[in-house]
Design a protein around this ligand. Structure first.
Ligand code: CS2
Length: 469
């Protein structure tokens, strides 16, 4: 097949599934801001399934990049007509498909007006977002995601167009509500009429998204070429599992995603909590302690019996008991599946991927359980050890004494506090915008301090062994 593009689609000699619909005839109804691996392995695949069923037309996706670094995605996608390969991998082997649901890609920094134009177009009925967990803070620049949304909605209102739905697909509890708050903060003051119009007319469904999607590596590109004969500048590798549960409220219609396995519900909250607090929190716990222990991939971490025991007990004894029952979900089964997914050796999910942006992720994934456990007087030992693991990691020095760089927007401040405190967690716990009032609990401060001291003195493996004994 060679280079991927519209003229090279389909090759009977290999096992790849190609779009079976007329890709040139697809029209768009979705604009997606933040086209990375996750979007391309998740929403875009669901839409591709719908197109295959003949039920997706009018719901194609125009991808948008707004960060300077998104130039790389444009350079990869545009020459291949925005087609790309998704390889689902597990111990049973690889399955590849070429996804055609993204039909166009716009790069904001070069031409913000072009992005605004597509956001304002009456055909655009949904704007979905994966702008990372850190993307929902206050950023008043007109070229932030919410800057674009505010300007686009203002123009739509002036032109008498109906609004689009804003669909956040980031891993945040109440991601829709968070998107609404961030957008309203963006228009605050400037335009009270626009603000009330948004409140009254724009839907911000909450949703739970799930599919483990490692970062694409050069080895993945070579594998796609070797195994499937496709020259793809930026393929995606992911696990077979996927899940999407969406609150069913949309401003201007929605695709019939229930036909391709998406679940719609009136209350996503319990599903969000379950996923963030079990999957994402376990990831963070494995990530920092696993890094300290010298592991490169998540499946290696969970294959270590000590780590397996730690994660199993963290979930069973400290996190899951805090969750309310989740409608239609057998929690025991969910937990078993999770541990199996972590153990998938084929996707090679990077520990460094899990460790990045901790200041945006840990407070959303791990700390809410710790807050609840403290206030309910429930056990906190394993949660505290996970947090101490993050704090030890934040010194930016590994267990062999080598410096490494922290990939976090707050790296400098966090490193300084971690080094200042060393075995005293208080300089970090004092950052109340991250830790809330956890530093007020003497018992917790002592517990985290003891783990920190152990981690510094004996390392992650021996601290785990002692704790679990
Ligand atoms: C991970 C998530 O970034 C992280 O720390 O926990 O990216 C995780 O892989 C996804 O949420 C899975 O759906």
């Amino acid at each position: 097949m060679g280079k991927l593009n519209l003229n090279s689609l389909s090759d009977p000699s290999n096992s790849v599934v190609y779009p079976r619909y007329d890709r040139r005839a697809v029209t768009n109804g979705i604009v997606h801001i933040g086209v990375g691996g996750f979007h391309r392995a998740h929403e875009a695949v669901y839409i591709d399934d719908l197109l295959t069923l003949g039920r997706g037309d009018g719901w194609g996706i125009c991808g948008v990049g707004i960060r300077p670094s998104d130039a790389a995605m444009r350079e990869a996608l545009v020459p291949q007509d925005c087609l790309y390969t998704v390889v689902m991998r597990d111990a049973d082997g690889d399955k590849a498909r070429v996804v055609g649901s993204i039909t166009d890609y716009l790069f904001g920094p070069d031409n913000p007006e072009a992005v605004l134009e597509v956001l304002v177009a009456p055909e655009t009925r949904i704007v979905s977002l994966t702008i990372t967990e850190g993307g929902y803070g206050f950023d008043s620049s007109p070229q932030s995601a919410f800057g674009y949304l505010a300007e686009a909605l203002s123009r739509r209102r002036k032109r008498g167009f109906s609004p689009f739905t804003v669909l956040s697909c980031d891993n945040l509890q109440s991601n829709g509500d968070m998107a609404q708050a961030a957008l309203l903060a963006q228009v605050q003051g400037d335009d009270p009429d626009l603000k009330s119009w948004i409140k009254a007319n724009v839907a911000f469904p909450n949703c739970m998204v799930d599919r483990i999607t490692p970062q694409t590596t050069a080895a993945d590109r070579e594998m796609v070429s070797r195994e499937f004969g496709i020259e793809d500048a930026w393929p995606v590798v992911c696990e077979p599992f996927r899940q999407w549960i969406i609150e069913d409220k949309f401003s201007s219609g929605r695709p019939p995603l229930e036909m391709v396995g998406v679940q719609f519900t009136s209350d996503v909250h319990p599903y969000e909590l379950m996923k963030l607090r079990l999957l994402n929190a376990s990831h963070s716990a494995m990530g920092y302690l696993g890094f300290l222990a010298g592991f490169e991939y998540i499946h290696e971490v969970i294959a270590d019996p000590l780590f397996f025991e730690f994660i199993r007990r963290l979930i069973d004894e400290e996190i899951a008991p805090l969750l309310a029952p989740v409608p239609g979900i057998d929690l025991a089964e969910y937990k078993k599946t999770l541990l199996r997914r972590f153990a998938n050796p084929a996707i090679k999910d990077q520990v460094t991927r899990i460790c990045l942006d901790g200041s945006a992720k840990v407070p959303k994934f791990l700390l809410p359980s710790l807050h609840e456990a403290v206030s309910q007087g429930r056990p906190t030992r394993l949660l505290s050890l996970a947090v101490a693991g993050w704090m030890r990691y934040l010194t930016g020095v590994d267990e062999k004494g080598r410096e490494f760089s922290l990939n976090d927007p707050r790296a400098d401040m966090l490193r300084a506090s971690a080094r200042q405190g060393k075995t005293d967690p208080r300089p970090l716990l004092g950052q109340t915008d991250l830790f809330g009032d956890l530093g007020q609990s003497e018992a917790l401060v002592t517990q985290v301090g003891v783990f920190l001291a152990q981690l510094h003195a004996n390392g992650a493996v021996s601290t785990l062994a002692q704790t679990l004994a």
